[in-house]
Design a protein around this ligand. Structure first.
Ligand code: HEC
Ligand code: HEC
Length: 311
């Protein structure tokens, strides 16, 4: 064999070794099991009220992936738990994305209420002044509903029941609580804290009718609705700690100690839950065109025509 042919054989052999070890072997051997945290949204209960699978196609069609990623990395903060390979078993084509012009959406599900999501898609700047996200108000009602359904399934195999479940880190907080949330004494302590911090909005009896309620667009919650019977301690604690994004509900984690927040939980659980039902589920949401948001152009002050300024 002459030197030339030996060299050529070497080049070809090296090429195939590299291709085999970096492409072909992983394709065959890398076969992660579903992690249970993947987006197998077709099986989620959201599917009853919207079609998240179709919503995903709309996500792809509208090119959301050009601005949003769906993977969390070690150095990311505030985007929720890190992703694992098994999270993507149901993802073809995956929506990993490469650019983060907007935030990562891996754990977007249940981060905001569906109404917030819709309003944000219709007019991003009404909710996030200065946002560069385009308006998707041209989507039909059905498209919008399915797209929001898809967003709500992102992360952790969320089911509709889990829309009223606190994130997992609050299970750990529950294990560490130092207050007996079933005791009358705790509830009494919580009552004082409630009167000072919450009654102005949520009302003296927790009916959501405090004096401040009148000036709030999104009314404070009425804790006497039967809906709150199902709330567990960790959910109360979660909401009091982190507030409700998109509403005036403050993050009391910044202000009150964990003990004080647990006393509040104890008090809130003693409220009667027999008051009327109010809209809260995804099915009862307003259709898109019923969401009234200010048009950007109308927010600008425009001089009246035909005036006599300085003429
Ligand atoms: C031109 C880039 C761009 C495109 C395209 C885009 N977005 Fe956004 N998006 C952003 C930016 C920037 C933000 C952050 C500011 C804001 O919240 O409006 C954002 C925020 C969001 C948020 C809020 C995330 C959070 O947790 O705060 C959601 C949800 C979202 N986008 C969904 C979508 C969906 C669904 C689509 C496709 C229909 C889409 N975006 C298309 C740029 C984009
Ligand atoms: C500035 C007014 C305001 C104050 C003060 C306030 N809240 Fe709220 N609260 C709200 C609003 C508005 C909501 C959102 C209701 C909704 O999402 O429908 C809310 C929601 C909640 C929720 C979640 C309800 C749900 O269904 O998700 C809890 C729990 C809560 N508040 C507890 C408290 C407690 C406890 C305090 C006092 C420590 C307090 N709030 C003080 C306005 C307020």
């Amino acid at each position: 064999m002459n030197g030339y042919r030996l060299g050529a054989t070497g080049v070809v052999a090296t090429f195939f070794t590299i291709v085999t070890s970096t492409v072909l072997l992983p394709m065959v051997l890398f076969n992660p099991k579903p992690s249970g945290h993947g987006n197998d949204y077709s099986k989620t209960a959201v599917a009853k009220v919207s079609d998240p699978v179709r919503g995903r196609q709309i996500y792809i069609r509208e090119g959301c992936v050009y601005c949003h990623t769906q993977f969390t990395r070690l150095q990311d903060r505030g985007y929720g738990p890190l992703v694992k390979a098994g999270d993507y078993v149901f993802e073809t084509p995956h929506q990993l994305g490469t650019a983060r012009n907007g935030p990562d959406l891996t754990n977007e599900g249940v981060k905001f209420p569906s109404e917030w999501q819709k309003a944000h898609l219709v007019q991003p700047r009404a909710l996030k002044p200065g946002s560069i996200m385009p308006s998707f108000s041209f989507l039909s009602n059905r498209d919008m509903n399915d797209l929001v359904g898809y967003l709500q399934t992102l992360g952790n195999m969320r089911k509709v029941e889990s829309f009223v479940e606190a994130p997992t880190e609050y299970k750990a907080a529950l294990a560490k609580k130092t207050v007996d949330t079933a005791a009358d004494a705790s509830a009494n302590a919580g009552r004082g804290i409630y009167t000072q911090n919450c009654a102005a909005c949520h009302g003296m009896e927790g009916r959501g009718n405090g004096p401040n309620a009148i000036s709030l667009l999104k009314k404070p919650a009425n804790f006497t609705r039967p809906f709150y019977k199902q709330w567990q301690d960790d959910m109360w604690f979660f909401r009091i700690t982190e507030g409700v994004p998109g509403t005036r509900m403050p993050r009391f984690g910044e202000v009150l100690s964990p003990e004080q927040r647990w006393y509040l939980v104890a008090y809130l659980k003693t409220l009667p839950t027999n008051n009327e039902q109010v809209v809260d589920s995804i099915e009862q949401l307003n259709p898109v065109d019923a969401i009234r948001l200010p048009k950007l152009s109308n927010q600008l002050w425009e001089p009246e025509t035909g005036g006599s300024h300085g003429e």
